[in-house]
Design a protein around this ligand. Structure first.
Ligand code: OGA
Ligand code: MN
Length: 292
């Protein structure tokens, strides 16, 4: 039995497991079963979890995404599995206000699902708090896409059932206040198509698959696409579907991208350091499975 305490009526649970310990398979299965029920899991530790332990724990849940670190560039966190979600450069200094990396990172303040712009979707993300700003600033908010789907009017459910959305990394970066990418940058991140409604694999419940990365809906005009997406985003992020996580240093929060959306909230990122590090677990290799 994995011990757990509800933090929210539908979507968040504190899971009383020290992720730095060697864990038996039954504990991992217990965590998955809690997450299938309540898709945000909070693991608390008295100090920041080391990058190695963070990556090792993440690997227990499936293939972990690895970043290609460009040759000659010094990463602040030298693990290809760790996405640096801080406001800090390679020397640990706060990025200037107009730095392109900062401008793109601020797109995290739009409701999104991690990596929905990839054909192979992300399952879990695990975000680890190393340094947080003072006064409980910059909580992360999560919204439950299965509860939101359940609450939709039946007529809307029928309308959106067949729809396929195009998810584009640069769409959210630009509406989030970042610069237009070059053609070369765009070609490195082609959009991906996913159904708006899917069956969540762990629970077999229907869920919305939404994100601010969605640029359009296949077969609809731009205006109709926008209207459908804006309405669904507003509906799905109503307060009853939302849990706001106030961070403590040492927290690792794990969320299921196939059952939630999330967003960062603003803080004074020119004055305070916020050092958050993420790993991302992916669905199995779809292309490889198709070949078998
Ligand atoms: C992420 C993310 C939000 C935050 O790490 O994927 O969206 O509050 N983070 O840092
Ligand atoms: Mn994110």
């Amino acid at each position: 039995m994995v011990e757990a305490t509800a933090l929210h009526p539908i979507l968040a649970t504190e899971i009383h497991v020290d992720i730095r310990e060697p864990l038996i398979a039954a504990t991992i299965a217990g965590i998955v079963s809690i997450m299938d029920h309540s898709p945000v899991g909070v693991f608390r530790h008295e100090r920041p979890v080391s990058d190695g332990a963070h990556v090792a724990f993440s690997r227990r849940f499936g293939p972990v995404e690895r970043m290609k670190i460009p040759a000659g560039s010094a990463a602040r966190v030298p693990f290809p599995e760790i996405i640096d979600q801080s406001n800090l450069d390679a020397n640990g200094e706060i990025f200037p206000d107009d730095d392109k990396r900062m401008l793109y990172k601020r797109a995290n303040r739009l409701w999104h699902t991690d990596m929905s712009f990839h054909a192979v979707r992300a399952t879990y993300s695990l975000l680890s708090a190393h340094v947080i700003p003072p006064d409980d600033a910059a909580p992360t908010e999560f919204a439950d896409m299965r509860a939101a789907y359940d609450a939709l009017p039946e007529v809307t459910k029928a309308q959106i059932e067949p729809l396929v959305a195009e998810h584009d990394y640069y769409y959210s970066r630009v509406i989030g206040g970042g610069p237009e990418p070059s053609i070369a940058e765009r070609s490195l991140r082609p959009p991906a198509k996913h159904r708006l409604v899917h069956v969540h694999p762990g629970s077999q419940r229907k869920s919305l698959y939404l994100a601010s990365h969605i640029s359009r809906i296949a077969g609809l005009s731009d205006a109709d696409s926008r209207s459908v997406i804006d309405k669904l985003m507003a509906f799905a992020t109503q307060p009853e579907f939302v849990y706001s996580h106030v961070w403590r240093v040492g927290d690792v929060v794990m969320w299921d991208n196939l059952a939630t959306m999330h967003r960062a909230t603003p803080f004074d990122d020119q004055q305070f350091r916020r050092d958050m590090r993420r790993t991302t677990v992916r669905e199995g290799d779809v292309a490889l499975e198709a070949m078998l």
